[in-house]
Each structure stands twice: as structure tokens, then as C-alpha cells.
Design a binder for this molecule. Sequence first.
Ligand code: KG4
Ligand code: ZN
Length: 351
Amino acid sequence: MIVLGIETSCDETAAAVVDDGRHVLADVVLSQLDEHRPYGGIVPEIAARSHLEHLDQVIAEAMRRARVDFPDLAAVAATGGPGLIGGVMVGVTTAKAIAAVHGKPFVAVNHLEGHALTARLTDGLDFPYLLLLVSGGHCQLLVVEGVGRYRRLGTTIDDAAGEAFDKVAKMLDLDYPGGPAVQRAAEAGNAARFALPRPMKGRRDCDFSFSGLKTAVRMAIEGLGRAPTTEEVADLAASFQEAVADAVADRCARALDTFRAEFPHGAALVVAGGVAANRRLRERLTALAASQGVRLVAPPLALCTDNGAMIAWAGLERFRLGHSDPLDFAPRPRWPLDPAARKARGAGVKA
Ligand code: KG4
Ligand code: ZN
């Protein structure tokens, strides 16, 4: 069974082909980073136009590399949301057109489900497992019980983790996107130099918060009374990164307790999303998993950040369970994985 997957919900134009033997036959990702860099963030209108301009070529390249033709496909999957609606519309419309022309089923995939199921593509992981999803738009802890069966244990009550990295990078006058730039700067820094808060640490729930930490970084910079030196930038980056890693590890420890009380044999903590690329965070999660006797599964970096393979795989998993979607499926700007989860408080909540 071979499935084409299309991802256009953010700033990557991506298409991939996977099969049910867990092989990624092709995975093509075109980043729009250079188009958004002058604005220091993603401009939705530019993103949508760029997807429209490049998606056909990206799909053709994926099909060519996979050495398959449209008639070989079992289904065509595309991200149906959540995300920037203009981009999602481009991907969904293109997938529907291919499906209609070639008489193939269309599968609308929840982008978050793509991240959530990646560990089954890369590691053949069985259900259930605990998932930490940390990206530019999301920061959630979910129990993954099956395809389409997610229970949210916690979410951010303000910013997503990646968003905090990006904003702190701006304050420190570092490159865009901020996460990798903060990590690079932190390498030379002293993480103990600035005492920053660990938001939500020790709380009984599994929620996250990053806006207070962001404010604390701003106040530390203002406290210097002048622009920070290169050394101070490194120390601020290291102190901030350490605070995030510490806070996230604490929230994961809390969630692992909850998860394992319910599933004593649940054996894995999975981390996905762009921030999962952070080396310090990975170190902390590796140590946490080891201390709790569970396995840490962190997909390779290329499959942590947005890509088409995760959409193709989630589409394949849904399709082989008998799910497909009508051609009048409407793209969804918001699409929670766990619709029953209580509403998170706070401004700017993404999930
Ligand atoms: O999953 P992703 O590629 O896009 C979505 O948001 O869906 O995540 C992008 C986010 C950005 O905020 C970026 O700054 C962050 O992931 N990121 C990192 C690192 N690499 C990417 N954050 C911290 N450390 C990194 N090494
Ligand atoms: Zn994503």
C-alpha cells in the first residue's frame, strides 16, 4: 500500500511517498525560510502564495524519486488543518484534484496526528505511548492510545515552546528562526549566570507556560542597562534554554506518572515537533526516561520538523482502518486532537 502525503500548513512545502512496510520512498521538503526571514516571522499571505507556486513541482519530484505513478497510489493524503488556512487550502485542493483525476480516495490528516504517529513510522512503536509535542505552534502532552484516539494531559496556557525560543532570539538580536540560533549561542554560555523562573514547575497538572519566562529574559536584558555583550548573549541564551528544558522535563515527569498509573506497561515517551531538535532538551528527556525506566523515542530531526512523510504515514494509518474523506472536506484552521480536552486559559492559546 503506497500513499502520497502533502503538507502545506505552515512554512514548508512538502510531499512524500510512504508504504505500509514503513518505508519512506521519497520525502521532499522545500523551506520558505528565506522568503519570511526579512519579516522575522511567518507571513501567512506569502506562505500561501509560495505553496501555490511550488507545490506541483514538489509533488512531481517526490513521485519521481519514489519511482511511482499516480495509479500506483492507494490514497492521497494532505494536511487538512490545523494551520495557516491559505496554505492548508492549497494542499487540500491539490490533493483532492489528484484524487479526483485518478479515482483515488482522499484522506484529510490532522497535522498534529502526523507528528503524533511519526514514531510508528520510524520505530514501529505500539500503542499506547506518551507524546510530548513541542513546536512553534504547539506545546502539548498527549496519551496516544490509537489512531484517532488522543487524550490531552496538558497544554500551554500562553506561548508555545518554539514561539518562546523565537521571541527570545529576537530580544537577543539572534537569527531567525530563533530555536537553532539560541541553541548555538547557548553552547558558549553559562546557564547558571541568570536566575530565570521555571514556569509551572511542581504543579499537579501537566500544563506549560512560557510567557513569564520570556518576560524574565526581557527584564534581565533591561537590568543590564545597555545592549548585552556577546558573552552576556551566550549566558542569557544558555540560562533561557536551561529554564525551558528544566520546566519541560518537570512537566513530562508529571505526565509520565499519570500515564504509567493508567498504563503500567506503557513503555515509551515520544518527543516530536521542531523544538524536539533542541540538544539540551533531548539530554534532559533522555535522563528522565532512563530514570523512569521508559524508552525515549525521538524521530530523526528531519521527521521532527514539518514534513510530508508524517502526513503520508498518518493518512496510510487512517486509510488502512477504513477512513477516507469526501471531496467537499473543508480545511480546518483549528482542529484539536482531543476535542474533549478542557479549554486552556490565557491569551494566545494555540490548542
Ligand atoms: O515543528 P516545526 O518545524 O514547525 C511548527 O511549528 O509546526 O517547529 C518550528 C519551531 C520554531 O519555533 C523553531 O525555533 C523551533 O521549532 N526549533 C528549535 C530548534 N530547532 C527548531 N527550538 C529549540 N532548539 C532547536 N534546536
Ligand atoms: Zn508541525
